[in-house]
Unconditional design. Structure first.
Length: 93
């Protein structure tokens, strides 16, 4: 009655709560310490982000958006001015 029987097999649940740091868990399971590599990767990411922020300098953005410099902007102004004067000349006639 109180012993083990073959006909009454029920699954047994076991729950373990382990309170440890990630470093302690890696050491326990024999995994490598990745902290030095992670620090190097984070330093590289930080360097790249700083370089990207330098690219957001207004002067750099203008040079990127207008490769021909101000000459392209002046041509755009002349084109608009010519269109406005042509439209004004037709309207006055």
């Amino acid at each position: 009655m109180g012993g083990i029987s073959d006909g009454d097999e029920r699954p047994m649940k076991v729950k373990l709560d382990i309170d440890c740091t990630p470093l302690e868990a890696r050491t326990f399971f024999g995994l490598p310490d990745v902290q030095p590599m992670q620090e190097k990767v984070m330093a590289e990411i930080e360097g790249r982000m700083l370089q990207a922020l330098q690219a957001t300098d207004p002067e750099t953005l203008i040079k990127t958006w207008m490769p021909a410099g101000m000459a392209g902007f002046e041509q755009l102004q002349k084109m608009f001015w010519n269109q406005f004067t042509a439209a004004a000349g037709k309207g006055g006639q």
